[in-house]
Design a protein around this ligand. Structure first.
Ligand SMILES: *[C@@H]1O[C@H](CO)[C@@H](O)[C@H](O)[C@H]1NC(C)=O
Ligand SMILES: *[C@@H]1O[C@H](CO)[C@@H](O)[C@H](O)[C@H]1NC(C)=O
Ligand SMILES: *[C@@H]1O[C@H](CO)[C@@H](O)[C@H](O)[C@H]1NC(C)=O
Ligand SMILES: *[C@@H]1O[C@H](CO)[C@@H](O)[C@H](O)[C@H]1NC(C)=O
Length: 658
């Protein structure tokens, strides 16, 4: 009987489950991927949260395993999260499979019907990163989209924007379209609303060594980083990017470690540049290269590069990193792992490969442990393990201006210049007394270059390198270059027999694609020297004044309740980022207050005085009892003193014997 029943039950549940799945299958889109219950909408931007795939692959290999990480930018952390990988075409169908790496941090969503393959937090403990294993979907799947949501605390949450989303395409798909850029701050969100200028130190810390990357490590004092070069710039300028072609300047850095041409290209972009970053290279490849830079609302992006030396045309660096936060401020600190990329101009596959110009040149693309898929490749790993970072780039804010006092931070914008844009920018001189002098009005001085640390830095890459004696004979036709610049010979210039390989006019060997970066004018002051950025001419003010609406920062969080019990108040505030001008919309309130209560205050029990003792219960002998009573006037509350007994009893007697 019991058995029959069980069997029937199984059949029944089978049917009902099928039915359930059938019904719900259609409404799968219901998976909200919300990391909690919220009464407020998500905040804009990503708050520094990032999705990364280790090795920064430019595409996925079907069925291959990858480590995917959701992380925050300290000091920010997160408590709750959701993480999914979705198909492009259908926002509800998951792509690939996840495996939990640490079940104290992550688990699958219990809602397996609506949200299959959705990862969520295991606990609300504060964390800065969580890693999952992701098995890429089968061939033919196409592009997939990682999406995440993170809760910083209680009602402060972020979802799907900027760094919280990442595309990855299948190999074929990736090959037919320009490589995807996995630099997080892709052009999707590079706008900036911070009104003041911020200063940073940027440090590239070299990690590359025999220990970190043993395969083919050049060693013998051959390993080095060429001069660090880069700039803080506007969104209208790109020094390099994945999928783009190397300019002549980028090519010369990538192949020869020589930054001079690129520096000229950058300087020719006067209007788009705030600070030129340049620091001397490192021989051997461990240690730090630092420079200082500033950024402002219009010039909020930073790009850098440095050649991996020796190498065919490999570099590390960042492209268009936005240092501005969504709440109109600047990041305090940003650390970026640097992985190798290929400038697409030389086809060598090992550090000391002979020169092998790539014709025609290819787009700049990341190098991964499976691409190029040649087992001889310097970074190739049959296991497809991610390449460990070769260096770390650290941006640290140095001006540390804290804007505590409300109303003090006012973004003054001058309008009316011929180049005034919708953002109100335009390089006009500041209003008297309102702002510290704008940096843009003077050539950056200290900001341009760091003095080399004594005893640490080798000679500039732009000069003859310090080759080991007899190691790199200078090559005819190579030195000096058309720039009049002495080029560092590449180790790869020498072939195995010790003879010089056949390279003619290396500086001219490859075409530069058109329309990429315009070449600088021929006449430049101080060739190869530190050149201050020449500033654009000031424009005379004209009369046309557009109204500017008041711009305010988002509200701060509410403060804690002012009293831990009973009635208190909470406050929050926001700042005026930009005053309304010329009849623009006025500013709203800067402060708000509300009543709060975290429960009643503790109170001791309050009792009346004891009443009179009752008469003794006996009229003879000593065995009597008598009682007295008292009343509770107010009950105890919270952690207050509890009430005592309401009744007391005592023995009584009489001297009279019974
Ligand atoms: C590089 O800088 C970091 C701090 O950013 C420091 O901890 C480290 O010791 C420096 N390394 C060298 C070799 O100077
Ligand atoms: C930012 O700096 C650049 C260069 O110093 C300057 O031309 C530009 O006007 C500045 N932008 C703002 C909004 O101050
Ligand atoms: C060097 O170049 C010359 C002319 O371009 C050519 O005749 C010769 O074969 C080349 N030698 C080698 C070793 O490639
Ligand atoms: C807050 O409490 C005070 C009395 O303590 C009351 O007068 C006021 O109206 C309350 N405000 C709100 C917004 O409830």
């Amino acid at each position: 009987m019991a058995r029959i029943f069980t069997k029937m039950f199984t059949i029944l549940s089978f049917y009902s489950l099928t039915l359930l799945a059938g019904t719900l299958g259609a409404s799968r889109r219901a998976c909200s991927r919300l990391p909690g219950d919220f009464t407020v909408p998500k905040r804009p931007g990503d708050n520094g949260y990032r999705i990364r795939i280790s090795g920064h692959p430019s595409f996925y290999v079907p069925g291959q395993e990858y480590l995917v990480t959701l992380s925050s930018t300290p000091p920010v952390s997160f408590r709750e999260f959701t993480f999914a990988c979705l198909l492009v075409e259908d926002d509800a169908t998951s792509a690939g499979h996840f495996e939990i790496v640490d079940d104290r941090l992550a688990q699958f969503s219990p809602d397996t019907i609506n949200c299959p393959e959705l990862l969520i937090h295991t606990s609300k403990a504060s964390k800065t990163s969580v890693t999952f294993r992701w098995i890429a979907p089968p061939a033919g799947t196409g592009c997939v989209n990682f999406k995440a949501a993170a809760v910083q605390k209680k009602q402060i949450w972020y979802k799907d924007e900027r760094g919280l989303t990442l595309w990855l395409c299948e190999e074929d798909v990736a090959a037919s379209v320009p490589p995807q850029t996995n630099t997080v701050d892709e052009d999707a969100n590079i706008e900036c609303c911070a009104c003041h200028t911020a200063k940073y130190t940027v440090t590239m810390r070299g990690l590359w060594s025999q220990e970190t990357h043993p395969k083919d490590f050049p060693g013998g004092h051959g390993d080095h980083w060429s001069d660090l070069i880069g700039a803080s710039h506007t969104k209208d300028y790109t020094i390099w990017k994945y999928g783009g072609y190397a300019s002549l300047g980028v090519q010369r850095v990538a192949e020869w470690g020589s930054p001079t041409t690129l520096e000229r290209e950058i300087l020719a972009q006067t209007r788009n540049i705030k600070t030129v970053i340049r620091s001397r290279g490192l021989w051997p490849a461990r240690g730090n290269m630092s420079a200082v830079l500033s950024v402002n609302r219009t010039h909020n992006l930073v790009s850098t590069l440095s050649m991996i030396g020796p190498s065919p045309d490999w570099c590390v660096g960042v492209s268009r990193v936005n240092l501005c936060t969504a709440d109109c401020d600047w990041l305090q600190r940003l650390e970026i792992d640097l992985l190798p990329w290929d400038a697409g101009t030389d086809s060598g596959i090992t550090f000391r490969s002979d020169n092998a110009p790539t014709v025609p040149i290819e787009p700049i693309h990341p190098i991964t442990s499976s691409f190029p898929s040649n087992p001889l490749g310097a970074f190739y790993d049959p296991m497809g393990r991610p390449i460990p970072p070769m260096a770390i780039l650290v941006f640290e804010r140095t001006d540390n201006t804290l804007y505590d006092d409300l109303g003090e931070v006012v973004c003054e914008v001058d309008v009316g210049g011929p180049d005034a844009t919708h953002t109100g920018g335009g390089g006009m001189p500041p209003k008297e007394g309102m702002m510290p002098p704008k940096e843009g009005m003077m050539p950056p001085k200290a900001g341009t270059m760091m003095p080399p640390k004594e005893g640490m830095m080798p000679p500039k890459a732009g000069t003859m390198m310090p080759p080991k004696e007899g190691m790199m004979p200078p090559k005819e036709g190579m030195i000096p270059s058309p720039d009049g610049e002495i080029m560092p010979p590449k180790p790869g210039m020498m072939n195995k027999g010790g003879e010089l390989s056949n390279v003619t006019t290396p500086m001219m060997k490859k075409p530069v694609p058109e329309g990429d970066i315009t070449m600088p004018p021929k006449v430049m002051p101080n060739e190869g020297e530190d050149i201050p950025v020449t500033m654009p001419p000031k424009h005379a003010k004209t009369g046309g004044r557009q109204p500017i609406d008041c711009m305010m920062s988002p509200w701060s969080d509410w403060t804690e309740c002012s009293r831990s019990c009973g009635k208190g108040t909470m406050r929050r505030q926001r700042m005026v980022k930009q005053k309304a001008r010329h009849g623009g919309q006025a500013c709203g309130k800067q402060k708000e207050k509300k009543n709060c209560s975290t429960g009643p205050c503790p109170r001791d029990c309050m009792m009346s005085d004891w009443g009179e003792w009752t008469p003794c219960s006996v009229t003879c002998g000593n065995d009597g009892t008598q009682i007295r009573m008292r009343k509770i006037k107010k009950k105890a509350r919270g952690s207050g003193q509890p009430c005592g007994p309401r009744r007391e009893e005592r023995v009584c007697g009489t001297p009279i014997e019974c």
